[in-house]
Design a protein around this ligand. Structure first.
Ligand code: SAM
Ligand code: SF4
Ligand code: F3S
Length: 473
């Protein structure tokens, strides 16, 4: 076993990690280096890419200088995400000067958005591959080794990579992502994803269940089912059996009561009572929903084509809390979308006060070329106004979150141990079912990663709970 760098750089979520590869690195005669940017879907795709490259005899390296193939799995969601990639490419320029045989590939959403144009704009890039074309990577590498540049950005209506066993990157051996669908049909006007990832398609339910079973057998204790809109999952098997997201969730939960199940992302228009009752029924389905609102104002929501109103969203939150009073809820918010007035911004702040989110990802609007908003509306809220509104949104969230975390003091949570705390090897770190991070001192030697313990919360910061292990009577 060797340690290899898989750098996960999420522009918004700021993750970064190292990945142990399971296989013996000496079996590989060529080396690849990969960095992933953007959302969990991209990270999950990098595990499929690693599997395809393994089959071709490529082993991983954490040293870019050692690699004959350097890959960036990119994100286009905001302009800043693309600028980050351009800066990374600049950094590779010097390495390529020293090692002219090294191939540089740009994969993922930025590859799909810019297509062959990327080869003109970034001259050191050799290979451009979109999210549905990773199976063609070996052929494209071979073409490029022959001296030409290669591009495949064909989107597919069927590709789910359902038959490819991902090579787990960045693995703590306890938690893992499992992709259940690809693409998105929603056409939110601000969003580039429908253009970079294509039409929505659901993966074969049996292949999802098999992947989850194998993970559990390998010792994993938590699975996050991934899709841009998981609640619209729908798969009809060859023998005509239909599976909705609620069915799938139930079947994954039934694999073992010791396997925690999470999912992301839910669209407020699609999450059903069936899903909520399924969550309530199974202890091992985590009581946590990421429910992006984007704006608290109905006119702006309409302009965003989110297809729900402020009242609909508030009703959904109420439904969740009625069915699962202890459910954590988080959200995404965008400040300064086209034509947003000061009063409309105030509606977002007031919605956040009412909902009291446990966590939120907050962004200022970044116009993306080719989206419906870029074609139909003027990006007319000045940058300083967007930033000021974003700061106000962040302030409300920070204050609410501090209260939400303080209210947990004195409560006891079941925690899945994920590993050492970042700050001290003497402390464990894990999460509650509501997805809150809990740090607590190690006692005795009999506990390990992947164990469940009960932890009583003694203190709270605005993003971490601090506690101690307790025995339940
Ligand atoms: N499919 C999920 C949904 O509908 O909530 C998430 C999609 S996107 C990967 C994650 C978040 O990025 C969105 O919820 C939105 O808040 C934000 N986002 C998307 N496009 C954006 C843009 N043009 N400018 C700023 N933020 C954006
Ligand atoms: Fe983008 Fe909307 Fe699809 Fe989410 S649901 S990926 S925000 S188009
Ligand atoms: Fe970015 Fe593509 Fe995900 S644009 S957020 S990597 S789907």
């Amino acid at each position: 076993m060797t340690e290899v760098l898989h750098k996960v750089v999420d522009e918004s979520r700021q993750g970064e990690a190292y990945a142990p590869f399971v296989n013996d690195p000496n079996q590989f005669h060529k080396k690849f280096y990969i960095e992933s940017y953007g959302c969990a879907m991209n990270f999950s795709d990098s595990e499929i890419i690693a599997s395809i490259l393994h089959e071709e005899g490529y082993g991983p390296t954490r040293e870019v200088e050692e690699a004959s193939l350097v890959l960036l799995n990119t994100c286009s969601i905001r302009d800043k995400a693309e600028q980050t990639i351009r800066t990374r490419l600049q950094a590779f320029k010097k390495v390529k000067e020293r090692n002219p045989g090294m191939l540089i590939g740009v994969l993922g959403c930025m590859a799909e958005r810019l297509k062959a144009k990327l080869l003109e704009e970034e001259r050191l890039v050799d290979i451009v591959v979109g999210p549905d074309a990773y199976r063609s990577l070996p052929g494209l590498i071979a073409e490029t080794e022959g001296g030409q540049k290669s591009v495949n950005v064909l989107l597919s209506r069927e590709e789910t990579y359902g038959d490819i066993a991902p090579v787990r990157l960045d693995s703590n051996g306890v938690t893992s992502f499992v992709s259940i669908m690809r693409g998105c049909n929603n056409m939110c006007t601000f969003c580039v994803v429908p253009f970079t990832r294509g039409r929505e398609r659901s993966r074969d339910a049996e292949s999802i269940l098999n992947e989850c079973r194998v993970l559990f057998e390998q010792g994993y204790k938590e699975i996050t089912l991934l899709g841009q809109n998981v609640d619209s999952y729908y798969y009809t098997s060859a023998d005509g059996v239909d599976a909705t997201f609620a069915h799938l969730l139930e079947r994954v939960a039934l694999i073992s009561p010791l396997l925690r199940v999470r999912f992301s992302t839910s669209h407020p228009k699609d999450i059903t009572d069936d899903v909520l009752y399924t969550m309530a029924k199974y202890h091992n389905i985590c009581k946590y929903i990421h429910l992006p609102v984007q704006s608290g104002n109905t006119r702006i929501l309409q302009q965003m084509n989110r297809t729900y109103t402020r009242e609909w969203y508030l009703h959904k939150v109420q439904r969740i809390r009625t069915i699962m009073p202890d459910c954590g809820i988080s959200t995404d918010v965008i400040s300064g979308f086209c034509t947003e007035t000061e009063e409309e911004h105030q509606d977002t702040l007031s919605l956040m006060q009412v909902c009291n989110f446990d966590m939120a990802y907050m962004y200022s609007y970044s116009e993306r070329p080719g989206t419906l908003a870029a074609r139909r509306f003027t990006d007319d809220v000045p940058e300083p106004v967007k930033s000021r509104r974003l700061a106000e949104i962040i302030k409300v969230q920070k204050d609410n979150q501090a209260i939400s975390y303080k209210l947990d003091i004195g409560k006891t949570f079941e925690v899945l141990i994920e590993g050492n705390s970042k700050k001290s090897e003497n402390d464990w770190c894990g999460r509650s079912t509501q997805n809150k991070v809990i740090v607590f001192p190690k006692v005795g030697n009999d506990l390990k990663k992947g164990d469940y313990v009960h932890v009583k919360v003694l203190q709270a910061t605005s993003a971490t709970l601090i506690g101690e292990i307790v025995e339940l009577n």
